[in-house]
Design a protein around this ligand. Structure first.
Ligand code: ATP
Ligand code: MG
Length: 565
């Protein structure tokens, strides 16, 4: 494997790609076939994005194909809403399964036949034990399991009972079908695993046809074989299932022979990537839904304004390896800033407005000033923004008694208003409580456009909007959902929820060009960060999400001063 200087494998270089290349070179397969196999019991999260990228990009790079296969074997938890959301999110991420959309449920009849095949071969039996009894007899990592009293049933009896399971003769949990492998195997997965359980539950696709459903283990490898999957790529926790995966393929007349390869899961600090927990957050109302922009789901990233290219770049940069680790969320943020810096047009928005009054600017005059849409891209053009005697600036851009190195507004200080003029702060106007409510300023008419003819310099350039010709907006700022990098490590992940993960600013003012912004379309509010209109936004009530803040150079300078002191 060749690595770049930063330790990032070059595109196309990791151990799975090595295996694929070797197999193709050796003529073991004519083409590579992979699959992405989500269970439709929740929305896709960024961990799934990694699996999607691995499977689809490998198929693309080697001229093969990648199937989208729903692993829909547990109708108790699966829903059409999730099936639709998963397809939407895979497409949004930029991948296309063409006509190769499959479901484990497409193979229910075939899987059933193979279960009877195992029974006839004396390799499967119906067990009347309860789930708890089966669990008890399973043994532990250090002790072997014990044989079920039903293990030696005859083939005829097993066939009869299994058919009656299918024929709805028994209630949930009354019986299961198990493989007859080895109760003393060192690998617990081989201790007569369950193949079918009774579940009187309507299936989103097969309706009431079935009341017995195959387990994940019994469905997965055989589905791979039916589809001609060559490389079945999954995460490390399935490594111990691989001997079972192979046992089924060895003992059934399957049409092809896939191989399973495992790589590490993606884990991100301060983030939970488990559908079970994410479902709980949604169900308990800790977030507003699966697409709440604080969630690590693809639907949430889309709503928040994260571009799919950034997610693809990020998962690619995390690499494919066999060692589990936790990735810093800043790595994702870096990829997002990288893309948005290029893609997002610049606008001005004041999040926490403070009025600025220019006393020497004519009372009823307004004018329009030219502002570039992108500093690095002349082709992005420009727009005109209204300017007048009363403006809003950012409250935090004023300090009455500024510390050293605070170069923004304070009494007597001259600054530049971006694309406009130099203004000098004369005085802070306060209310009865002593709170600053406005700034009295003067401007220099000769500095129009932002430069002084006499060449004098200012040390700060501030964003602003016109007081009456700006539009009001609600701004939603998002902070991490959890207060610790390893949520749940203390036992209860709900205890680690950040109570302040959503901050709503209700009085923001934006330049008028933003009133027609399309939901999800990225913009940069100069000096603030990347934003997009939320799907809740209406023309008479604008709502913007902050995708990500820009790095705050002042906060950074302060932090480095503190460490230096
Ligand atoms: P969860 O733990 O969130 O329930 P899962 O593995 O049960 O995830 P599936 O819908 O079965 O969810 O996952 C589909 C595919 O995505 C599987 O191949 C799985 O290995 C992969 N996958 C899920 N989470 C991650 C992750 N964090 N990193 C990499 N791949 C993942
Ligand atoms: Mg799974």
């Amino acid at each position: 494997m060749s690595d770049t200087k930063e330790g990032i494998p070059e595109p196309g270089r990791d151990f799975i790609r090595d295996v694929v290349e070797r197999d193709l070179a050796a003529g073991k397969h004519k083409t590579v076939v992979t699959r992405f196999p989500p269970e439709p019991n929740g929305y896709l999260h960024i961990g799934h994005a990694k699996a999607i990228w691995i499977n689809f990009s490998i198929a693309q790079e080697y001229g093969g194909r990648c199937n989208l296969r729903f692993d829909d074997t547990n109708p108790a938890k699966e829903e059409q809403e999730y099936i639709d959301a998963i397809q939407r999110d895979v497409r949004w991420l930029g991948y296309d399964w063409a006509e190769h959309l499959y479901h484990a449920s497409d193979y229910f009849e075939q899987l059933y036949d193979w279960a009877e095949y195992l029974i006839r071969a004396g390799k499967a039996y119906v067990d009347d034990s309860s789930a708890a009894q089966i669990h008890d007899m399973r043994g532990t990592l250090t002790e072997p399991g014990r044989d079920s009293p039903y293990r030696s049933r005859s083939v005829e009896e097993n066939l009869d009972l299994f058919r009656r399971m299918r024929a709805r003769e028994y209630p949930n949990g009354a019986r299961v079908l198990r493989a007859k492998i080895d109760m003393s195997s060192g690998n617990i997965n081989l201790r007569d695993p369950v193949l079918y359980r009774i579940l009187h539950e309507r299936h989103p696709r097969t309706g009431d046809t079935w009341c017995i459903y195959p387990t994940y283990d019994f469905a997965h490898g055989q589905s791979d074989a039916i589809e001609g999957v060559t490389h079945s790529l999954c995460t490390l926790e399935f490594e111990d299932h691989r001997p079972l995966y192979d046992w089924f393929l060895d003992n059934l007349p399957v049409p092809s022979r896939p191989r399973q390869y495992e790589s590490a899961r993606l884990n991100i600090g301060y983030t939970v990537l488990s559908k079970r927990f994410l479902t709980q957050l949604v169900r308990d109302g800790c977030v507003a839904g699966w697409d709440d922009p604080r969630m690590p789901t693809l639907a949430a990233f889309r709503r928040r304004g994260v571009p799919p290219e950034a997610i693809r770049d990020f998962v690619r940069r995390t690499g494919v390896s066999r060692s589990n680790g936790v990735v810093d969320i800043q790595m994702l943020e870096h990829a997002v800033r990288d893309h948005l810096n290029k893609a997002a047009p610049r606008r001005m928005g004041v999040l926490r407005p403070l009025k600025l009054i220019i006393e020497n600017y004519p009372e009823r005059k307004t004018e329009e000033l030219e502002a570039a849409n992108h500093p690095d891209d002349p082709l992005a053009g420009s727009r005109r923004i209204p300017f007048g005697r009363e403006l809003y600036v950012e409250r935090e851009d004023f300090m009455e008694n500024p510390p050293k190195k605070f170069y923004r507004l304070s009494p007597g200080r001259e600054v530049r208003l971006r694309y406009a003029y130099f203004v000098t702060c004369r005085e802070a106007i306060k209310d009865a409580a002593g709170e600053v409510v406005a700034l009295r300023c003067t401007y220099d008419p000769l500095t129009r456009g932002g430069n002084a003819p006499d060449g004098r310099k200012v040390q700060a350039t501030l964003h602003w909007v016109a007081a009456t010709q700006s539009v009001p907006a609600e701004i939603r700022l998002y902070h991490p959902l959890f207060t610790r990098p390893d949520p749940g490590a203390g036992g209860d992940f709900m205890a680690d929820l950040n109570p302040n993960s959503l901050e709503i600013l209700r009085d923001a003012r934006l330049e008028p060009a933003l009133s027609g912004a399309a939901p999800g379309a990225p913009v940069q509010f100069e000096r603030q960060g990347y934003f997009c209109a939320d799907i809740d936004s209406r023309s008479d009530r604008l709502v913007f999400n902050r995708t990500l803040a820009l790095r705050d150079s002042y906060a950074k300078a302060q932090a480095s001063e503190k460490t230096a002191a």
